[in-house]
Design a protein around this ligand. Sequence first.
Ligand code: PLP
Length: 389
Amino acid sequence: MTTPHTLASSDATALLGVYARVGPMFVAGEGSELIAEDGTRYLDFVAGIAVNALGYNSPVFRDAVLRALDSGLVHVSNLYRTEPGERLAAELTRTVGGQAFFCNSGAEANEGAFKFARKWSGKTEIVAFSGSFHGRLFASLAATDRPDYRRPFEPLLAGVQIVPLDDRDAAAHAITDRTAAVIIEPVQGEGGVRPVSARFLAFLRELCDERKCALIFDEVQCGLGRTGTLFAAEQTGVVPDMYTLAKPLGGGLPMGAVLVNDQIAEALAPGDHATTFGGGPFVASVALDVVRAIADPDFLAAVRAKGARLGVALGGLATRRARVREARGRGLIWGLELNEAATPVVAAARERRLLVLTAGPTVIRIVPPLTVTTDELERGVAILDEVLA
Ligand code: PLP
């Protein structure tokens, strides 16, 4: 470190080049819109990749942050008790039971869940599915079906198999008496926005019970209201042994969680797992207000109603536009499978001031703030329609 970097107006940056950043410099946000340096407003159907559930500058988030600051406690350490984390754990487990462990991201939540499964089961192997994305750390990446992300970093965690999604025979073959955990996203996000059938999830539940391994639902992207219920899996009637959560949990502050059932909780003891920042009073206090806002039945009903309208509009677009093969999704997570590469369409939408993202090479992903209005949804679909004409 000799010469300090200076920030030129265009491209100077001291940030490591692991992201291909595009578009303008954003300086503010309001509701479903991001505002660029020059004042241009972008309709944002990316929402920080399914993070900003309450939209930008939401009064719930602002008030929660200010109240959390007033306590004077940002961080205390998990060596001591603080109230917000305990209350947040109670809120998250209110309907599903069990206990919560807090961490700082989705990948960390999955890494924690794998450790908990190993400790509880006394076994080591992990089964995941094609199209999966579970994170970029060594175990979560091993369970992620993206060879391009994996290859430069191999060897990853050993004993992880990725089997075809929705293939019962393959799952029954892969899940054995050596399996510690089976991990699946009830609605796959990065892998192309694919809702997994309730039948397949129920089949996995049976297999996991038979072979005594933990079923983990990775709801990092599809959970916490995104599909119109607090947990996406609620709509399937299948109950996992662990849920992993992150993205919207802290309202934009980094936070993840693992919800574990009572049996797994009983297998864990002080010292088995830890993280310095996890569930500190500041983030936990903000997350409690975010989760309460999302869990409000009227809020969830509105997500379902808006999601249904968005589904109809995107279905219409798929019928009208030959470049679109299929629209699929649930609630406010939708994918448009194209007959061509998705990145140029994302760029064309951005030129028309709509932000959407890809989910794999040929899918456009739409994950607006859950507070998006029906007018904004119509405006966004109209822009996509224009771009795909
Ligand atoms: N799991 C799922 C389903 C995700 O979509 C993501 C991120 O996109 C992760 C895990 C990893 O989360 P993080 O980026 O917070 O580590």
